[in-house]
Design a protein around this ligand. Structure first.
Ligand code: HEC
Length: 151
């Protein structure tokens, strides 16, 4: 009896590979920074990123943990900004949004940035929280550039 599944499976893997290549091409607009392979293609939960509930949860977490540096409005104007040698960027800027990918934002939230005040939150927050924060951070920019899946 012939089993159609292995073939089907092979085809969908090929499709995923194609999408992966497309993502790599699209991420050419990334900041050009190197980040570990494991983070370059995490399963990005696009629905979660687009969900208002997730963005709202992210906002609450952001106000609690991030706003002192990144600003209440995520514009980089936090109250302790002055004391930071490397300044947080303005997440509401379209220019910034066009330079980053959801993968990059998620990666920095988990791992932080060496030699800056940006600590990694991976060990302190559950994985969903990091995606909710990513959803919020990406949602504060001009809506046209929200975290849409590549079409
Ligand atoms: C103690 C201050 C501080 C806190 C708290 C903080 N950050 Fe940061 N964050 C920074 C600084 C400074 C940078 C810029 C680092 C650099 O120069 O790349 C940064 C960078 C980032 C970036 C990368 C921006 C880019 O352009 O690559 C993201 C995303 C980010 N922070 C998100 C968060 C989130 C979400 C939280 C809360 C969970 C948080 N940060 C908490 C100081 C902070």
């Amino acid at each position: 009896m012939s089993n159609p599944y292995p073939r089907h499976h092979a085809r969908s893997v090929g499709g995923l590979f194609g999408i992966g290549l497309l993502l790599l091409a699209l991420s050419g607009c990334d900041k050009g920074r190197e980040f570990p392979a494991g983070y370059q293609s995490p399963p990005v939960p696009y629905e979660r990123l687009a969900s208002k509930a997730s963005q709202q949860t992210g906002r609450q977490l952001f106000e609690l943990h991030c706003s002192q540096c990144h600003g209440e409005n995520a514009d980089g104007k936090g109250t302790i900004r002055r004391s930071l040698s490397s300044k947080p960027v303005d997440f509401t800027s379209l220019e910034w949004r066009q330079q980053v990918t959801p993968e990059w934002v998620y990666y920095v939230i988990l791992e932080g940035r060496k030699h800056t005040a940006m600590a990694g939150w991976g060990t302190k927050l559950p994985d969903e929280a990091s995606w909710d924060l990513t959803a919020f951070v990406l949602s504060v920019t001009d809506g046209r550039h929200g975290p849409q899946p590549p079409s």
